[in-house]
Write a protein that binds this ligand. Structure first.
Ligand code: FE2
Length: 205
């Protein structure tokens, strides 16, 4: 009888240990976890994804037969993929830092200002440049806030990896807008077509 009790109690101990194992989740949140700082980053993911959707709308517009700017369409579609990639990088970063919310993605997304059409290539590029500058400003504000909140790891990650890519993208859009403006000054009628033709060729390389 004593043996039966011993076996039964050992079995009970194993069961309790198993249920504790099943219900216990170990936190990955680190020492510098600052909820406000990470929430700013979370909001920034929406900004990156909205930039992706805006570039998609620009690409679709430039690709329409009535606009017919295939070079610009490819540039905008590539830019949309890059912005989506930035959103994914930040999602991965938040997970790495132990941000536990699963409800992390924006419930709705539409292009900036609900806009799907542009007057011409230059007006689309000007809006793209403004959007890039707003994204840069948002990243800078997060860096400032998180450095003050002593989350130096996040401030460093955004300053190094993230900001450099952002600034390169911004510089690229500014360069394209300036080139187009220059071509249009010399060739007001054909300038947009010449610019798009050259952009198509340079993207094909
Ligand atoms: Fe971005």
């Amino acid at each position: 009888m004593k043996l039966v009790y011993t076996v039964a109690s050992a079995f009970l101990v194993v069961l309790i240990a198993q249920s504790a194992y099943a219900s216990e989740k170990l936190s990955a949140q680190d020492y510098a976890y600052n909820s406000t700082c990470l929430n700013h980053l979370r909001s920034h993911i929406k900004r990156e994804l909205q930039a992706a959707v805006t570039y998609l709308a620009m690409g679709a517009w430039a690709n329409h037969y009535s606009v017919q700017r295939p070079g610009l369409a490819n540039f905008f579609f590539d830019s949309a993929s890059e912005e989506r990639e930035h959103g994914l990088k930040l999602l991965g970063y938040l997970r790495m830092r132990g941000h536990n919310d699963l409800d992390i993605l924006p419930s709705s997304l539409e292009p900036l200002n609900g806009k799907y059409e542009w007057e011409n290539s230059l007006s689309a590029l000007r809006q793209a440049l403004k959007m890039e500058k707003d994204v840069t400003e948002s990243i800078k504000k997060i860096i400032d806030y998180c450095a003050d909140a002593e989350d130096h790891q996040l401030a460093d990650y955004l300053t190094g990896d993230f900001m450099e890519e952002q600034l390169k993208g911004q510089r690229n859009v500014a360069g394209l807008a300036n080139t187009l403006q220059g071509v249009l000054r010399k060739q007001p009628r054909l300038g947009e077509w010449i610019f798009d033709n050259n952009l198509s060729k340079s993207m094909a390389v």
